[in-house]
Design a protein. Structure first.
Length: 749
């Protein structure tokens, strides 16, 4: 028999050890991520008393695949629309926290005497709090329903996005000999260009593709298609100079806007768990105990840096974003740890060969320690606030509560800001689409057509085809928002607004003409004056073309329909949360969703019987049941298992309700093995209690908890027993019941 390859042996060892360790960590109520890291340490070459992985290279490859699928799943949970709806407050908190912690990490690395790249990567690692660990801590402490927890999760989503961008930036820094501000700006613009291009094109094409194949796709084919798209985008991302993880995240965020997103999330979950476990195990394999001993002091100082830095800078960041002092401290203290993205950034640094091997185990050790301290930091926020409140003057507390950078500007300024933001967004997006189309046509189509036609004819065909393709985009750049409500209001409100508004049109006209000028300059030898005239004339024809206007509007409608397809499906299926959620006037009141467990004691009871309002002070606004939404349920509405209750109340009320829902469940049956149902053949005896009685009089079902299946009368099939028929001596019946109930029946027969 052939020998098993080392890959299979190593995978078996990893999964068995990881399974055992994670069960132990589950019992100890610790995050599974830490269990995987410990499992990796146990199977690493640094652990002499246990079996070790034979081929680290193969495991590293699997770990890289795990990173890709982890970020793909993160993208599936991400939504650009959610980011847009968050407003400026979480953005301010996120950018401030990440910047301060990154600078603090770089300074700390230099203080230790570490190299420049070690310090930069250390700053990136310390800036990223762990979404997984914080979510788990909130869940264990019963805080997920509180308002500050929602603020923290919003910031963590934005941090994950910044982590993706940071990984690309760190790659650019690592590959550059001495990157300056211009190179950094170029990297940021490159990221923005491809991110917008891929997202817009993906939203336009992929939902249409999935919709057209909806009748042919089952769960198996959908999984293969989703993973295929993920890997394809990862390859494309590496081809243009980014990491495969960045491409996987982008594809996940595109698929997150489709109707099939929820199905894809469920289907990809086992794949992500498998490869993610291998990645975190590979993280633990790099932990060298000797390094931990040698760097014990830096590890302790880094733990203090994270705890004190997040407590201080995190609190200040949430303060300037508009939170109260108490809420800001709760948010800042909650984020005092590092986790999965720190491991990914460390892996990136090692793969690029720009950081020392000591840094990886140091970061893992810091992550483990801060993870264990996370629940205590969350609990410490309220006592620390109470201490500050007792010792600081009331004026200082009032001043801190009013610090914010997110005040809304005056009314006229809002109109200008809204209009300029929309014009800028439209110009940037359509310019990127136009630029990408021009690049593809001149790079691929032009050489192809030159093989078929003479040089000048090929240039003319390529130029005309390119203009036809980008004409809807150029028209949109010039004309979009010229008839919007903001534009009309500003035009009519003040005569001094007319000149700036005309200037915005002229600027966009120049941008559109520049594309036509570039195409002419690339394909012809005309004079500049002639090319400018051609560009202006071409844009003018695009503006007055009615068919082009219809094409532009149709394309935008298709894009918006694809972008909103998941929301539309959620509204139809009753899963979308109500719009009034964000408009509750009382600051201490908000809406939360409470899941009713399958074995809940609430199941089968009405709202009147449960008295949720009297017990917890909450108002039940809706009940989500499968594809149904029951709005404003009355007291006679019955609760069923797996219902999702939408309730309105304060943090304390909703936390108490959530805790009660999870606590009031049926006790586990300790004798489940004795509940087996058995089928027995029984002969009615003359001395028993059943002879001469009907089925109802015998009490076989009510008293003995058994059921008569049929009567044996020598036929091929059993005969049904008429309820009015009396059982007679020597009747042969077949009954079903549990072992103890059947024994009781026999004792009375």
């Amino acid at each position: 028999m052939s020998e098993l390859p080392y890959l299979v042996k190593d995978l078996a060892l990893i999964l068995v050890v990881a399974g055992i360790v994670t069960i132990v960590f589950k019992k100890l109520k610790q995050p599974l991520v830490l269990g995987y890291v410990v499992a990796g340490f146990l199977v690493s070459p640094h652990m002499p008393y246990t079996m070790s992985v034979a081929d680290n290279g193969d495991i590293g490859t699997w770990g890289n695949i795990g990173v890709m699928f982890l970020l793909f799943s993160l993208g599936l949970d991400f939504s650009f629309k959610k980011i847009m709806k968050m407003g400026v407050s979480p953005v301010i908190a996120t950018c401030s926290t990440v910047f301060c912690m990154m600078v603090l990490g770089i300074v700390t690395g230099h203080a230790f005497g570490w190299s420049r790249m070690d310090s930069i990567f250390l700053g990136g690692m310390l800036a990223m709090s762990s979404t997984t660990i914080i979510y788990k801590a909130f869940d264990d402490l019963g805080l997920r329903q509180q308002r500050f927890a929602g603020q923290v999760m919003s910031v963590l989503i934005l941090e994950d996005i910044l982590a993706i961008v940071l990984m690309v930036m760190l790659s650019a820094i690592a590959n550059g000999s001495d990157p300056d501000g211009g190179q950094m700006l170029g990297s940021v613009l490159k990221i923005a260009f491809f991110l917008i291009l891929w997202f817009v094109v993906g939203i336009f094409l992929i939902p249409w593709m999935l919709r057209s194949m909806r009748k042919l796709i089952n769960n198996e084919t959908l999984l293969i298609v989703a993973l295929g798209l993920c890997c394809a985008m990862a390859v494309l991302s590496t081809e243009v100079g980014f990491s495969s993880a960045f491409g996987a995240f982008v594809m996940g965020s595109i698929l997150a806007e489709t109707i099939e997103a929820d199905r894809i999330i469920k289907l990809v979950e086992p794949v992500k768990n498998l490869f993610g476990a291998v990645f975190f195990v590979s993280v633990g394999m790099l932990v060298d105990p000797q390094v931990l001993v040698d760097y014990a002091l830096p590890i302790c100082l880094l733990v203090l840096t994270i705890i004190l830095g997040q407590a201080l800078f995190g609190t200040l960041s949430f303060l300037i974003s508009g939170q109260s002092l108490k809420s800001a401290m709760q948010c800042g203290f909650s984020m005092a740890q590092i986790g999965e993205f720190s491991f990914i950034i460390a892996s990136l640094g090692l793969s690029l060969g720009v950081i020392g091997e000591f840094l990886y185990p140091v970061v893992v050790a810091v992550s483990v320690i801060t993870t264990f301290l996370t629940p205590y930091m969350i609990k410490a926020a309220t006592p620390c606030y109470a201490t500050l409140e007792r010792h600081l003057p009331k004026k200082w507390i009032a001043t801190l509560n009013n610090i914010t950078l997110s005040h809304r500007p005056a009314h006229p300024e809002r109109k200008w800001k809204s209009l300029l933001m929309q014009m800028t967004r439209i110009t940037v997006v359509y310019s990127i689409l136009s630029g990408a189309t021009v690049f593809l046509m001149l790079t691929f189509f032009l050489p192809f057509i030159r093989h078929l036609l003479p040089h000048w004819w090929a240039n003319a065909v390529c130029g005309i085809a390119t203009l036809l393709l980008i004409s809807p985009f150029l028209r949109a750049i010039v004309m979009k928002k010229n008839h919007s409500e903001e534009f009309k209001a500003l035009w009519n409100d003040n005569p001094y607004n007319k000149l700036p508004l005309i200037f915005t049109i002229l600027v966009r006209l120049v941008v559109a003409s520049a594309f036509v000028f570039y195409i002419c300059n690339y394909l012809t030898r005309f004079t500049n004056a002639l090319m400018i005239s051609i560009a202006l004339a071409a844009v003018a024809l695009m503006v007055i073309s009615r068919s082009l206007k219809r094409r532009s509007i149709k394309m935008e409608r298709i894009f918006m329909q694809n972008l909103r397809s998941r929301d539309i499906a959620a509204q139809v299926m009753g899963r979308k949360r109500p719009l009034y959620e964000g408009k509750l006037l009382d600051r201490d009141i908000h809406i939360a969703e409470i899941d009713v467990p399958e074995d809940s004691l609430w199941a089968g009871k009405t709202l009147r019987e449960l008295e949720l309002r009297n017990k917890f002070g909450v108002h039940v606004s809706s009940i989500l049941r499968g594809t149904q939404r029951i709005n404003i349920p009355n007291g006679n509405t019955t609760i069923y298992p797996n219902d999702r209750i939408q309730a309105i109340g304060s943090d304390e009320q909703l936390t108490a309700l959530s805790s009660a829902a999870g606590r009031e469940i049926m006790a586990k049956d300790p004798d489940i093995e004795k509940r087996e149902m058995k089928l027995r053949q029984v002969v009615i005896s003359a001395d028993g209690t059943f002879a001469g009685k009907t089925m109802k009089e015998s009490g076989i079902r009510d008293k003995f908890n058994c059921m008569v299946v049929g009567l044996e009368e020598g036929k091929e099939n059993l005969s049904l027993v008429d309820p009015s028929r009396k059982l007679e001596k020597d009747d042969i019946i077949w009954i079903v019941g549990e072992e103890e109930d059947l024994e009781r029946f026999n004792e009375n027969n």
